[in-house]
Write a protein that binds this ligand. Sequence first.
Ligand SMILES: Cc1ncc(COP(=O)(O)O)c(C=O)c1O
Length: 381
Amino acid sequence: MERIPPSGTFKMFELANRLESEGKRIFHFEVGQPDFPTPDNIVKAGVDALKQGFTRYTSSRGIPSLLQAVETFYGKRDIDIDGGKNVIITPGAKMALFQGFLSTIDAGDDVLILAPGWPTYRVMARTASAKPVDVNTKPGYELDEEALKNAIDKSVTALVISSPNNPTGGILTTEQLKIIFDLAVDHDFAIFSDEIYEAIVYDGNIQPSMLEVDPYLERSLVINGFSKTYAMTGWRLGFAVGNEETIDNMVRIQQNTTSCATSFVQHAGVEALGGDQSSIIQMVKDYQQRRDVITDLMNKIPGVSCVNPQGAFYVFPDFSAVGLSSQTLAELLLQKAGVCSTPGIVFGKKYDSHLRFSYAASITDIQEGIAVLAEFLLNLY
Ligand SMILES: Cc1ncc(COP(=O)(O)O)c(C=O)c1O
């Protein structure tokens, strides 16, 4: 258990809930989940499946119609995979990642994590008895090729990337993905590409998939899911795409752990991937509007600098001028001003002057919350 620290995000969330129950007004910018409801067509598909009696175990790989829906989903982007061989459906992307780690990584291996990175990657690497090693990026999650090359040695067996990135919202370009893939081939390591935020990108950009760069799935395991794109965090549905051997291994782990993703939820997933996408387009538009508001407001605060995110729903401003550790600043901010964020340190040692704010919140809450933050900082100076 020493390898598994409590989640930094949930720690803040629980503290915020306690203050809230004492009657304090709290602006929630800490937890990374959409504030939108799951679209009606998806809810209906789940309810229909439940009523139709899809309440039993399914194949550990996933129901055939959802495996096929994943194949079609990528096929529309000219990415050619075999749903029956290259896909596993899991209870959330987190579980897909965990199975991927357990099936690929040995005790004593080094696992590189492109930082800043979601803390769960580090915990999962340690759970697999491996050593997580951060490889820092340039501001906005831009690949630092030299830093990556310098970090590669014989003990490295995997690299984890997440684009769009949690916490910066930065995205890796096709060129950067190619550099990563070439290094993985030359130095014989696996790539875990967490693409869970791929649909939430702004300004008309498209997030390239590692599957386009590694079409034969030589090195990559792509992790994806429904939580963020379809506002389905509580449904627990995700998937992974990889070569047959890795997916077969993950199926064996799933057979012996969770058995399968929830049966009727998988049916809702078929509707999510294949059904009407208009509500998703609207959600992304709304996120972009919120992104514009929060980035602008942050950058207007003296001493705060905030890179404009290209995707996901987080900003990761730098508070170096304040001169406090991110944990101290986040706790002060919550206790004194009711603004809840996540300390940057949980995303990597180098990021202790940052705080992460999730803008999966209403524009009014963003405006009010950031005004309170600005006033708090002014008083602090
Ligand atoms: C980068 C990243 N990957 C994966 C997940 C988890 O997704 P799921 O809800 O499908 O387990 C999250 C959730 O916060 C995340 O930020």
